[in-house]
Design a protein around this ligand. Structure first.
Ligand code: SAM
Length: 269
């Protein structure tokens, strides 16, 4: 897989930096902010969806760490923000190990700088569409022991993997590395059953991402459910972003209406 195309290009917005804008971060450029603003005005709930996606990620890590998971592989990890995976995992187990994977230069550089003093956590610059480059990377091999349970996180990233790259096969390849007692968390944007106002919003978002480095692919419940095969879904199953965790119960009605996609966690039996 050619990563050279992923060298820093600030002339075109990309998914890592747009997400950073939606989360209120500062690692983004004027071009990213301009497109994010256009998305915000045509689809105000999309940035809320990004925040709910991030909050699902935190809840899922918390859930896995409470279940004893002390090593994580985070594919498409993004630019560091508040409540990163290793920070949550370390609250449960100070020696927790995390390998972050991202192919975007700013995500890689900022994570690398932040993690410089932490021997148990690293980021590798790799394309998740090339599982060998991730799984056989020397830092992955050094930090993660796949003979013990691992928490595999594929959150907020499969929506950028087009059908040509066969996301189902990719998920299955990574999942096949997981031993019994491991977990898989993933999220995916969808327009299943949206009311007309949300459908209009998500159509605008898809059109806006045509101007970004990665385009956005929406998927059905059935396709997402297929990605969990070989795992047992934990409660409450595959649900919309706002519905996954008890921590989300404080959400108001507007936040609850943000039903742009699915999230779920499965356990390898
Ligand atoms: C929307 S962010 C999600 C960040 C984090 N996983 C979360 O859910 O909060 C998507 C990230 O996936 C990365 N990404 C997209 N396609 C990728 C690929 N093929 N390989 C590695 N990283 C990828 C982007 O650079 C970006 O940082």
């Amino acid at each position: 897989m050619d990563n050279s195309a992923r060298e820093l290009n600030v002339d075109r917005p990309n998914s890592a930096r747009l997400y950073d804008v939606f989360l209120g971060g500062s690692h983004n450029t004027a071009t990213d902010r301009e497109l994010a603003e256009r998305i915000r005005s045509s689809a105000p709930r999309w940035s809320l969806g990004a925040q709910l996606n991030r909050s699902f990620l935190r809840c899922a890590v918390q859930y896995m760490a409470s279940a004893g998971i002390d090593q994580f592989l985070d594919l498409g990890s993004g630019i560091p923000t508040v409540g990163n995976v290793h920070e949550i995992a370390e609250q449960h187990n100070p020696g927790a190990r995390v390998v972050y994977v991202d192919y975007e230069t700013i995500a890689y550089n900022t994570s690398r700088a932040e993690l410089a003093d932490n021997p148990n956590v690293t980021i590798i610059k790799a394309d998740l569409r090339d599982p060998d480059s991730v799984l056989n990377h020397p830092e992955t091999v050094e930090l993660l022991d796949f003979s013990r349970p691992v928490g595999l996180l594929i959150v907020g990233v499969l929506l950028f993997i087009g059908p040509r790259d066969k996301p189902g096969e990719l998920v299955a390849t990574y999942r096949s590395q997981l031993t019994s007692g491991s977990y898989l968390a993933l999220s995916q944007a969808s327009d299943d059953g949206l009311p007309p106002d949300l459908q209009t919003e998500i159509d605008q978002v898809v059109a806006s991402y045509e101007h970004a480095d990665e385009q956005l692919v929406l998927r059905s419940y059935d396709e997402v459910a297929g990605w969990f095969s070989g795992t047992e879904l934990v409660e409450p199953g595959i649900v919309h972003y706002p519905d996954w965790s008890p921590g989300q119960q404080a959400l108001d009605e507007y936040q609850r209406s943000c039903r742009y996609g699915y999230v779920g966690v499965g356990r390898v039996p």
